[in-house]
Design a protein around this ligand. Structure first.
Ligand code: AMP
Length: 368
């Protein structure tokens, strides 16, 4: 185990496995290009080590150059890409092969394709040492891949966590053992969102509210938003397939998180089971489900008050609110037993001042 800044990482790929993958890419490219002189273009900073070992493995005429884009700030991809070092000159009529250390969502790749599509190179190919097919969203097929890896945050062999770890000869993955994952449970209006915003700061967790993600999609007129709107406006639950997929995407967007607060998910047994399977596949688990308890009459008053400022149609009409409670009683309440059977269920009194309730929650979390 190694520590970089605040996080722990454990060994994932040995130097030998990495060099074997580098050799494999070099051999494949040699078959295709040994009769010409391609220009290899490394993508800085991450690919410097891959480029060096690749060139040692590729013993045919070739040239090498670099580009530099910037898309990562710390661990998370912002999706914003700037060009810091531009495409090489004199590439007219030449075959260009990009050497990338890792392709995950494909944002950087999209920008690279765009950069080179404006040139008069003869041909443009992509080779990536690592590839995360689970989260790749690009349309461009990657021509040469060294090793396909699951969506884990990795460092070493050129890859960094906040600039540390690039000089490691092996690849390490983030150790998830120190993670805390919480489900905030409770009826609409119980204060899950309010409390989550305090807890995420205190424990450095990523807050995922499925209701918020749906509303964001409705506001932006996405396909998902259009689909969800008809259910949400009536106070019905959105179908499981849609909600589960959306939740998994949100988790996948944050491979670096120190833990998650799930707010408004799971709301059905099928969702709870899917969440367990999904987390297990990532070496993660739910540590606790904490229910905020309050009676219906208090909740209805809270929701109607909130409806005046939030503008949410499902908060403004008592009948819709009652329908949300019915959905809860029928589909969500059984989850109490589901988590109790695993000794993961804790109740907290949800009536009192916001600060009082936060204190009660902290006590439970600190005891985990
Ligand atoms: P919330 O903001 O959590 O009260 O959610 C608002 C609405 O979004 C709910 O009434 C449902 O229509 C929908 N929704 C949110 N989370 C889920 C979920 N886990 N499963 C199904 N529907 C959901």
């Amino acid at each position: 185990m190694i520590k970089l800044h605040d996080k722990y990482f454990k060994p994932f790929l040995s130097e030998k496995e990495i060099l074997k993958a580098v050799q494999k890419i070099a051999d494949e490219i040699a078959v295709d290009y040994k009769d010409e002189t391609p220009i290899f273009v490394g993508v800085l900073n991450g690919a410097f080590m891959f480029v060096a070992d690749f060139l040692k493995a590729y013993q045919h005429p070739c040239e090498v150059s670099f580009v530099k884009l910037s898309s990562y700030r710390g661990l998370t991809s912002t999706g914003i890409v700037e060009t810091l070092l531009d495409v090489p000159e004199n590439i007219e009529g030449r075959s260009i092969i990009i050497l990338e250390d890792i392709i995950d969502t494909g944002h950087t790749l999209q920008e690279l394709v765009h950069l080179f599509s404006n040139t008069n190179a003869k041909e443009f190919k992509i080779a990536s040492l690592f590839h995360k097919p689970d989260i790749y969203k690009g349309e461009y097929a990657i021509d040469y891949v060294g090793i396909e890896i699951p969506n884990k945050f990795i460092v070493g062999y050129g890859l960094d966590y906040k600039e540390l770890g690039r000089n490691l000869r092996e690849v390490y993955q983030l150790n998830q053992q120190h993670m805390i994952n919480l489900v905030l449970f409770g009826k609409p209006g119980a204060g899950k969102g309010t409390q989550a915003s305090f807890l995420k700061e205190k424990y450095n967790l990523k807050h995922i509210s499925t209701g918020d993600v749906f509303r964001y999609n409705i506001k932006n007129g996405t396909e998902l938003g259009t689909l969800a709107k008809s259910y949400i406006d009536k106070g019905d639950l959105v179908p499981d397939e849609v909600t589960i997929k959306m939740l998994e995407d949100e988790v996948d967007k944050n491979p670096d998180a120190s833990g998650f607060i799930f707010d408004g998910f799971p709301r059905t047994t099928a969702q709870a089971e899917a969440l367990d399977i999904f987390l297990q596949s990532k070496d993660m688990k739910i540590n606790a489900t904490i229910a905020l308890e309050a009676n219906d009459e208090v909740l209805i008053q809270r929701l109607l008050e909130r409806g005046k400022v939030s503008g949410r149609p499902d908060d403004q009409d008592e009948e819709k609110i009652r329908n949300r409670f019915d959905e809860y009683n029928e589909k969500t309440a059984p989850l109490k037993d589901y988590y109790e059977d695993m000794a993961k269920f804790q109740s907290v009194n949800g009536i009192g001042s916001v600060a009082e309730i936060t204190e009660r929650l902290k006590k439970v979390i600190d005891s985990l």
